[in-house]
Design a protein around this ligand. Structure first.
Ligand code: NAD
Ligand code: TYD
Length: 365
């Protein structure tokens, strides 16, 4: 359950709500049942699917608007019928590997799309009483780049490695600039890798689960010893909500799983194999041979880790879902939802697998 919003908050906008984190966030807001009405704006790119909004569409306080953030005029007509108090900007092109194949698509949505959203609210909010208005921009730990030891925090220097993280960094700077220059009430959140239900099967956990289930090779990039600081999507959603509720306008907050960053990709893959072998009632050793080390991702960040002490102190946020149980339930969810898995793969998925996994990556490494 999320905490109650102030009484002036009647309508919120969630961009990218047909994707992984946005749809989980919307469900939590609607389940918390505070009477706040929720509008989801999404272009339904390959990564967005209305199947992710299956519960939300049945709720009387929910509306869906299909629009592309890159189309500034279309965005205006889509949003004009509403009067938003809080905005949560999740929409983005989010896959690092796709950003390596097609940087321009990523940059267009993440930078120009964000700019269009900021421009819209600059036009609409600045002449209004805006003391309770908030625009929360959802960013990523990837803007700080890789860290060998220790933790990055809100004041760390940006050093993005991929076109994805560079474009998120660009969007973060625009968001801060709109606060500094125009006084738009923006806040930014940075989060470590999320896990949970409904993540697109191009990403590590669902991809490895479906491959293991189907007896296909599990493509581990490089030595597989890269480290991610996994956070359950519900904990991230709560952090984003608490940022709007208690965060200081113009500032930002880091959210991490607090795993002290010791979980390698190979650990994750082995845990998935444990769960899939139990599901198939076979010995894990029968599936271990599926692990296949493939050419590394270009510019691959070795380790991510964030310090969430500011979020704990100022927002009262701490992660609630323990990694072991949250992770086990997540893999179980993918195993028990084959129809969802088929539905979200869409027509482009096979093509994506062959583009990303069958061709040499090139680059300078
Ligand atoms: P996702 O790829 O699952 O969903 C992105 C959504 O944005 C999709 O529904 C897609 O249709 C929509 N979208 C894409 N381009 C659009 C456009 N031009 N106009 C309108 N909608 C568009 O992503 P996610 O994993 O849910 O990530 C959500 C946000 O959280 C992103 O901003 C991402 O950078 C950030 N984030 C993600 C993680 C993670 O582990 N997944 C971690 C930290 C931060
Ligand atoms: P991913 O889910 O793409 O998230 P991110 O790149 O934002 O961290 O990948 C998580 C980790 O898993 C990352 O180190 C790359 C690695 N990975 C593989 O080894 N093989 C794969 O097929 C994929 C998709 C990812």
């Amino acid at each position: 359950m999320l905490e109650r919003a102030p009484s002036q908050v009647k309508q919120i906008l969630v961009t990218g709500g047909a994707g992984f984190i946005g749809s989980n966030f919307i469900d939590l807001v609607l389940e918390s049942n505070h009477g706040v009405s929720v509008v989801c704006l999404d272009s339904l790119s390959y990564a967005g699917n209305v199947v992710n909004l299956e519960s939300a569409v049945k709720h009387p306080n929910f509306a869906f608007v299909k629009a592309d953030l890159c189309d500034g005029d279309g965005l205006g007509s889509a949003l004009d019928p509403f009067d938003f108090d809080w905005v949560f900007h999740f929409a983005a092109e989010t896959h690092v590997d796709r950003s390596i194949h097609e940087p321009k698509i990523t940059v267009m949505t993440n930078v120009i799309g964000t700019l269009n959203l900021l421009e819209y609210f600059r036009g609409h909010w600045l002449n209004e009483d805006q003391c309770h208005k908030r625009l929360v921009h959802i960013s990523t730990d990837e803007v700080y780049g890789s860290i060998q030891d220790g933790l990055f925090s809100e004041t760390s220097r940006y050093k993005p490695s991929s076109p994805y993280s560079a474009s998120k960094a660009g969007s973060d700077h625009l968001v801060t600039a709109y606060f500094t220059t125009f006084g738009l009430p923006t806040l930014t959140t940075w989060c470590t890798n999320n896990y949970g239900p409904r993540q697109h099967p191009e990403k590590l956990i669902p991809l490895m689960t479906i491959h293991a289930l189907e007896g296909k090779p599990l493509p581990v990039y490089g030595d597989g010893l890269q480290v991610r600081d996994w956070l359950h999507v519900h904990d991230h959603a709560a952090g984003v909500w608490q940022t709007a509720l208690r965060g200081k306008v113009g500032e930002g907050y880091c959210f991490s799983g607090g795993l002290e960053s010791t979980v390698t990709n190979l650990d994750v893959v082995n845990q998935i194999l444990g769960a899939v072998s139990a599901h198939l009632k076979v010995e894990k050793s029968e599936l271990d041979g599926l692990i296949t080390h493939v050419e590394d991702r270009l510019g691959h960040d070795r380790r991510y880790a964030l310090d969430s002490r500011k979020a704990a102190a100022e927002l009262g946020w701490t992660p609630k879902v323990p990694f072991q149980s949250g992770f086990a339930k997540t893999v179980e969810w993918y195993l028990n939802n084959p129809e969802w898995m088929r539905e979200v793969q869409g027509t482009d998925y096979k093509d994506w697998l062959s583009r990303n996994y069958s061709q040499p990556k090139g680059g300078h490494q």
